[in-house]
Write a protein that binds this ligand. Structure first.
Ligand SMILES: *[C@@H]1O[C@H](CO)[C@@H](O)[C@H](O)[C@H]1NC(C)=O
Ligand SMILES: *[C@@H]1O[C@H](CO)[C@@H](O)[C@H](O)[C@H]1NC(C)=O
Ligand SMILES: *[C@@H]1O[C@H](CO)[C@@H](O)[C@H](O)[C@H]1NC(C)=O
Length: 393
């Protein structure tokens, strides 16, 4: 005698159940791709700037730190003496093979560099394996579903990477040399075990985008394309609104930074960080802001002082460039007003890449500085991935 044979009626209900389960489960189960956390040994040397730092600088005085940054960035192109500095350590990074296979993309790796006070988790919607609200803020998850492998690093000095001297070593020039070495290793098959990549797409956010600009200037031909998010043409606005964040030594901010050199800073004002980095209320979920505030990482004073030196014309770089900066970005736009059209900092930024085979930009409306973490994140991801697709990636 046949056992439990479903009637059409039960079959219909089962189908409904399965359908509704999958519908309801999808948003909660969506997670980042499966990644491995690796450590990549790097030795990188570059000429760093020797800034005129007062011998008695009080690192615990936020006004003194902000004033120093404003003075040095305000000097514009005033040349500072340089001295060779070497980073010799390991870079921690999450490597994520793509979830889907797309012809010609499995050998194109997206290399992610976060902004200051952010580690690799910025690219995962602030959590791994589960980001805030699943994967909707995960740049990595989006790229993975488009068929791209990704490498999201903890920059030198943040997360689990080696912490160099935050003033003399942790500057744009040495960090650019690290980015260059990473890209070389990815292409040589010595960064990710048993895997060689043909092309590296550099994806930056904020300070990470400044490193992209500097990479294009100093090592044209290294990256095959640049996606620069939370990026502008001048460092002056960065300095103007820095004081509201109330920078203090990270070791005074949280016990997880105990023993850090006082040149490693954290932003100690919660409303100040919100105003500076997140922009207009309503453009982000307050819960994701809170998560970001609670798990913030550090910024080296040398990074803040050297930003302007990274924002330079890249005269020989032909790689296509795509810029994504919100119209309410308070870091790269004065008074958080970027405007639109050819006078916007986004459009002006293309002047830094005169030989680029293409330079285009997207201005998410109402969005502040944290491009991948705003409500507009999915739109920004779609825009830059479409750009890559039209440029042969
Ligand atoms: C450094 O600045 C902090 C904060 O303004 C102040 O409390 C402290 O007394 C200062 N230290 C010195 C040695 O001036
Ligand atoms: C893949 O790359 C080959 C060689 O570069 C090219 O001919 C082909 O059109 C590409 N296919 C896709 C789907 O982009
Ligand atoms: C650093 O490593 C620890 C131990 O493996 C891990 O728990 C933590 O998540 C890592 N930090 C980041 C930012 O990935």
């Amino acid at each position: 005698m046949p056992t439990s044979r479903s009637t059409p009626r039960w079959g219909f209900l089962n189908a409904i159940t399965i359908l509704s389960l999958s519908l309801f489960q999808a948003p909660f189960c969506a997670a980042n791709p499966i990644c491995t956390y690796i450590k990549i040994p790097i030795t990188a040397t570059a000429s760093n700037e020797v800034f005129p730092i007062p011998v008695n600088l009080n690192y615990s005085d936020p006004a003194a730190i902000s004033a120093l940054v404003q003075t040095i960035i305000g000097d514009g192109d005033a040349p500072f003496p340089v001295i060779p500095e070497t980073f010799d350590g390991t870079i921690a990074a999450k490597y994520c093979p793509p979830e889907v296979t797309v012809a010609n993309r499995s050998d194109v790796i997206q290399l992610f560099m976060s902004g200051v006070t952010e580690n690799n988790l910025y690219w995962f919607g602030l959590g791994y394996p589960n980001g805030y609200d699943g994967d909707i803020y995960s740049t990595v998850a989006y790229a993975s579903k488009q068929g791209y492998p990704t490498l999201a690093i903890d920059r030198a000095g943040v997360g689990n990477s080696t912490h160099p001297d935050p003033v003399t070593q942790q500057q744009v020039n040495v960090e650019t040399a690290i980015a260059y070495q990473l890209a070389l290793k990815l292409k040589a098959g010595t960064a990710v075990p048993d895997k060689t990549f043909d092309r590296v797409v550099f994806v930056g956010h904020s300070y990470g985008s400044v490193l992209g600009n500097s990479l294009a200037t100093n090592h044209p031909g290294d990256a095959a394309a640049f996606i620069l998010t939370g990026f502008g043409v001048s460092g002056i606005p960065v300095a103007v609104d820095l004081p509201q964040t109330v920078p203090i030594p990270a070791e005074l901010f949280a016990t997880r930074f105990a023993g850090f050199n006082p040149g490693y800073l954290a932003t100690s004002s919660e409303p100040g960080r919100r105003g500076y980095l997140w922009g207009r209320p309503g453009s982000f979920d307050v819960g994701i802001f809170q998560t970001d505030y609670n798990q913030m990482n550090v910024v080296g004073l040398g990074e803040l002082l050297s930003i302007e030196g990274g924002l330079k014309e890249a005269p020989a770089s032909t790689a296509p460039v795509y810029i994504v900066t919100g119209d309410a970005d308070d870091v790269f736009c004065l008074a958080a007003t970027c405007g639109d059209g050819p006078l916007s900092p986004q459009a002006q930024s293309c002047a830094l890449f005169p030989k680029a085979s293409a330079c285009e930009y997207f201005i998410p409306v109402g969005t502040g500085h944290m491009i991948s973490l705003h409500y507009s994140a999915q739109a920004s991801f779609a825009k830059y991935q479409d750009f890559l697709a039209t440029k042969g990636f």
